[in-house]
Design a protein around this ligand. Structure first.
Ligand code: NA7
Length: 546
């Protein structure tokens, strides 16, 4: 049992490993010399760090996996419809071994700085282990949800008990038996960890700021016949995924508005989506994330279903989300989340109107006058262990934490001070030979991450091939092309309901972070077409130099 990782605002950065492993494989196969720096002690990235009980991907296993190697996708057998952290970590280790990737990876190594030398057209990279590297191409595969965010609550670092952030979970697990545990945060991580902790803790107190919509995941064993049928047409299904809005074949591309059908038909559709579980609800109609009235039809349905799960109406009043459109915050998938609040060892404390002002070392979150609502009519609870399910400095946190400087001495952190700007989420004007994987203004977190990462690695490989063939030493995004793309990405986002909630998509969860909507939400299909056009136009918007 872990004694608890010391959590501080300078805690290590986690990063998503998917793109780095494929990049390593791809670039080595092109005859390039590759060096990967990895903060963790092994592969897995997100699935190495987020090992809290209940951690599970909210996309189907057969889709959330590499497509680059047909033998790999045929050989690997998934055991469940939605992959657990443990299975994803095993998969990552399998891929690392199968493609002999470890020899190119320096583990336990954090990149501290990268400086561009314009004469040599090279990046000089330094790390906290003293290892250095010089590279013609620098790829920031630093992840979108890789910098754990501590809540902005005084005292959180001085808490005398054990503190755990879901995104930095101890590798040897945590035993909560007989402990009084507090969880802050009810996003995807909180919704997954809360039912698990409730089972072993003597008492669990959940501090909720914003009630979220959560849908039953309906995870189940993956039947061998279903897996075989999927694999028989794996290639086709991958292609189908690429022409859907979010790169997920399972949910298809809705073509009908919520108001093009009768009330009865819409109700039947929502019932079917609820029974199917997962993210299906958001893909029922094509205007659910564009039209507030359409969205409300789905939101109303889900609110009612949530209410039905709760024994105590007063608890339901707090858990039913009312202040944002469904899907504007990442839709959560759960197993027994709401049912957990029917347990008599669980207390829900709403801290929206009365935020936690301070955490005392002895574990009494002070300052809030909580409306304690519980079946057991419990009052305030001392806490032995604190679980922070408080999310991440998303999409830019990891890249901005590295001291990356271009030839003018300008840092990427300064360049992005008023919000990130990039060309296609792939390059930043003024930073030659430096590439992003699933960067801001690309579909990234609004798509299936593994396919999105492979797509970006393939594009970078195409750029590098062009440079080799034509004898170029540097490539850079053209500032005007970047501005045009950022303008388009903002326009697309403004036409949706995503901007109607405070989320990590728009930086609202990090005090002082500029409010810029970061992912591209024009859809995977449109994005891929835009990238293809750019390539067919001789890499329009990229400037190559000898
Ligand atoms: P999220 O979705 O950012 O959730 C963080 C949660 O922590 C959310 O409920 C926040 O409330 C809450 N929070 C943050 N700070 C505080 C304070 N000071 N007081 C109370 N509550 C607080 O992170 P997750 O790790 O759950 O999920 C991130 C993504 O990973 C997810 O979307 C999936 O894509 C996978 P808020 O909503 O801001 O009011």
């Amino acid at each position: 049992a872990a004694s608890g990782r010391r959590i501080s605002r300078a805690s290590p950065r986690a990063a998503h490993n998917g793109p780095r492993m494929y990049a390593c494989h791809k670039f080595r196969s092109m005859g390039l010399s590759v060096r990967v720096f990895e903060r963790g002690s092994s592969v897995g990235g997100t699935w190495y760090w987020n090992r809290y009980p209940g951690a599970r991907c909210d996309l189907p296993s057969l889709e959330y996996s590499y497509s680059f190697d047909e033998a790999l996708q045929q050989d690997w057998e998934w055991s469940e419809v939605y992959p657990s952290q443990e299975e994803l970590e095993r998969y990552a280790n399998h891929v690392a071994d199968r493609f002999d990737l470890r020899r190119s990876i320096s583990f336990d190594t954090r990149v501290t700085s990268a400086t561009y030398d314009p004469d040599a057209c090279r990046w000089a990279v330094e790390t906290d282990s003293g290892a250095r590297a010089v590279a013609s191409h620098l790829i920031l595969a630093t992840g979108n949800l890789s910098t754990p965010q501590l809540p902005d609550i005084p005292g959180v670092e001085g808490f005398a008990g054990r503190t755990f952030h879901t995104g930095l979970w101890p590798s040897d697990g945590v035993d909560f038996s007989g402990r009084r545990v507090g969880v802050i945060g009810t996003g995807s991580s909180g919704v997954q960890v809360i039912p698990q902790v409730a089972r072993s803790a003597s008492h669990l107190t959940v501090f909720q700021r914003t009630a979220n919509y959560s849908i039953p995941a309906r995870n189940a064993p993956l039947e061998p016949e279903a897996q075989a049928a999927h694999k028989a047409r794996y290639g086709e299904i991958r292609q189908e995924a690429l022409v859907t809005p979010f790169g997920i074949a399972k949910y298809g591309s809705p073509s009908v508005s919520a108001f093009e059908v009768s009330d009865e038909e819409r109700q039947r559709t929502y019932e079917a989506c609820w029974e199917m579980g997962g993210q299906a609800m958001l893909f029922a109609y094509n205007d659910l994330l564009k039209c507030a009235d359409a969205n409300e039809t789905a939101a109303r349905f889900v609110r009612q279903r949530i209410r039905e799960k709760l024994v105590e109406p007063a608890v339901a009043d707090l858990l039913v989300p009312t202040d944002h459109p469904i899907g504007a915050k990442r839709l959560c998938l759960d197993t027994d989340y709401y049912e957990t609040y029917n347990r008599d060892n669980v207390t829900l404390v709403c801290v929206k109107q009365t935020p936690i002002r301070r955490i005392d070392p002895d574990g009494l979150p002070a300052g809030c006058e909580p409306r304690l609502l519980t079946l057991a009519a419990l009052s305030r609870h001392p806490i032995d262990d604190l679980v922070l399910a408080t999310g991440f400095d998303a999409m830019t946190g990891a890249a901005r934490s590295i001291d990356i400087r271009n030839s003018d001495g300008l840092s990427l952190a300064d360049e992005w001070e008023s919000g990130p700007r990039s060309y296609l989420g792939l390059m930043v004007a003024g930073f030659p030979n430096m590439y992003l994987i699933t960067g801001p203004q690309s579909p990234s977190v609004k798509s299936q991450m593994i396919l999105a990462s492979e797509h970006h690695v393939d594009i970078i490989a195409g750029i590098v091939q062009t440079m080799r063939a034509e004898g170029h030493r540097s490539v850079e995004a053209v500032a005007e092309a970047q501005e045009e793309w950022v303008g388009h990405a903002n326009e697309v986002a403004d036409a949706t309901l995503y901007t109607k909630a405070s989320t990590w998509y728009n930086g609202a969860n990090v005090p002082g972070k500029p409010r810029v909507f970061m992912p591209y939400v024009g859809g995977v299909k449109a994005y891929r077409e835009a990238c293809e056009d750019v390539e067919h136009d001789g890499w329009r918007g990229f400037r190559f130099q000898h």
